[in-house]
Write a protein that binds this ligand. Structure first.
Ligand code: NDP
Length: 276
C-alpha cells in the first residue's frame, strides 16, 4: 500500500491519527481554502491541520461537510492562539472554533504557541474540553523541553502531540527524545521547509537514486523517523505526491545522510525567543 493517508499512528490515549495530513496555513480564506480541502479529501486525505490564526476554519468545515464523507472518518486539528489563552478565554475560543468549523467535536486541539503566564490555565481548559469529550485528543505546539517541563508540574493529562517545526535542516533531536520518552507524538510543521530543503543536493541525489521526488524523500524520511507530517499544497498533483510514500523505503545509510543535514536552521520563529 503506497498511500500514506491510510497509515495511522496511535496517540497515548489510544486515538489513531493519520500519519499524513494536509496543512492549510497560508491558504487564502474563502474559495481557495475550501477548494484545497475539497481536492485533498477527493485525493484521499483524511486529516486536516488548521488553526484559528489561519482564518480558514469555516472553509475547512464547509469542504468537509460538502464532501459527504462521514465526520468520524476525518481527523481535524485546530489550535488556540496566544491572545485567546487563559481558562475561560480558551473555552470561549474553542466554542468559536467549533462554530466556525460547524462541528460538535475536534479530533486534536492544540495550544498554538507557548504563553508562559497563561500556560497553566490554558492547559486546564484543554483538559476540561477533553474530559467533556469535545476533543478526542489534546496537545501543544512549539513547546520546547523547558516549556514541557514546566507544564509537566501541573498537567493531569499529558499532551498527546507536540507540533513543532521539523525538517532536515531543523531536527531538534533532544526535544524529539524528550517527547518520545514522555509518550508525546511529534508532528512536523513545515516538513518541506516551505520548499527550501527540496533543492538540497543530498535530497535531490537521493530523489534520483530512489526515483522519487525531493518532497517524497523528505516526507518519507520524516515518517521513518516516527513523525506525523502535514505538508501544505494547493495543487492536486503535489497533494497526491505528498501522500504516495509507502512504495519505497530509505536505507539506513541514506537516512543518516539526511540526518547529517541538521543545521538548526528555522523557517519560523524560535519558541525560545518569541514572547507573546
Ligand atoms: P510546508 O513545508 O508544508 O511547505 C509548503 C510549501 O511547499 C508550499 O509553498 C507548497 O506550494 C510547496 N509544496 C508542497 N508540496 C510540494 C511538492 N511536492 N513539491 C514542491 N513543492 C511543494 O510548509 P508549511 O509552513 O505550510 O507547513 C505545513 C503545515 O504545518 C501548515 O500548512 C500548517 O498547517 C502547519 N504549521 C503549523 C505551525 C505552528 O506553529 N504550529 C507553523 C507553520 C505551519 P503549493 O501550495 O504551491 O503547492
Amino acid at each position: 500500500m503506497s498511500d500514506a493517508v491510510f497509515k495511522k499512528v496511535r496517540l497515548h490515549n489510544g486515538v489513531e491519527m493519520p500519519a499524513v495530513g494536509l496543512g492549510v496555513f497560508l491558504i487564502k480564506p474563502g474559495r481557495e481554502a475550501e477548494q484545497a480541502v475539497e481536492t485533498a479529501l477527493q485525493a484521499g486525505y483524511r486529516s486536516i491541520d488548521t488553526a484559528t490564526f489561519y482564518d480558514n476554519e469555516a472553509d475547512v468545515g464547509r469542504a468537509i461537510q460538502r464532501s459527504s464523507i462521514p465526520r468520524e472518518e476525518i481527523f481535524v486539528t485546530t489550535k488556540v492562539w496566544p491572545t485567546d489563552q487563559g481558562y475561560e478565554e480558551t473555552l470561549a475560543a474553542f466554542r468559536r472554533s467549533l462554530d466556525r468549523l460547524d462541528m460538535e467535536y475536534i479530533d486534536l486541539y492544540l495550544i498554538h504557541w507557548p504563553r508562559e503566564s497563561k500556560s497553566r490555565d490554558t492547559w486546564r481548559a484543554l483538559e476540561t474540553i477533553y474530559n467533556n469529550k469535545q476533543a478526542r485528543a489534546i496537545g501543544v505546539s512549539n513547546y520546547t523541553t523547558t516549556h514541557l517541563e514546566k507544564l509537566k508540574q501541573f498537567w493531569g493529562i499529558s499532551p498527546m502531540v507536540n507540533q513543532i517545526e521539523y525538517h532536515p535542516y531543523l531536527q531538534q533531536p533532544e526535544l524529539v527524545r524528550y517527547c518520545t520518552a514522555n509518550n508525546i507524538r511529534v508532528e512536523a510543521w513545515s516538513p518541506l521547509m516551505r520548499g527550501k530543503v527540496l533543492h538540497d543536493t543530498v535530497i535531490t541525489a537521493l530523489a534520483a537514486k530512489y526515483n522519487r521526488s525531493p518532497a517524497q524523500v523528505t516526507l518519507r524520511w520524516e515518517l521513518q523517523k516516527g513523525l506525523l507530517v502535514i505538508p501544505k499544497s494547493v495543487h492536486e498533483k503535489r497533494m497526491v505526491e505528498n501522500k504516495t510514500l509507502f512504495d519505497f523505503e530509505i536505507g539506513a545509510a541514506d537516512m543518516e545522510k539526511i540526518d547529517a543535514l541538521d543545521r538548526n536552521e528555522r523557517i519560523g520563529p524560535d519558541p525560545h525567543d518569541i514572547n507573546f
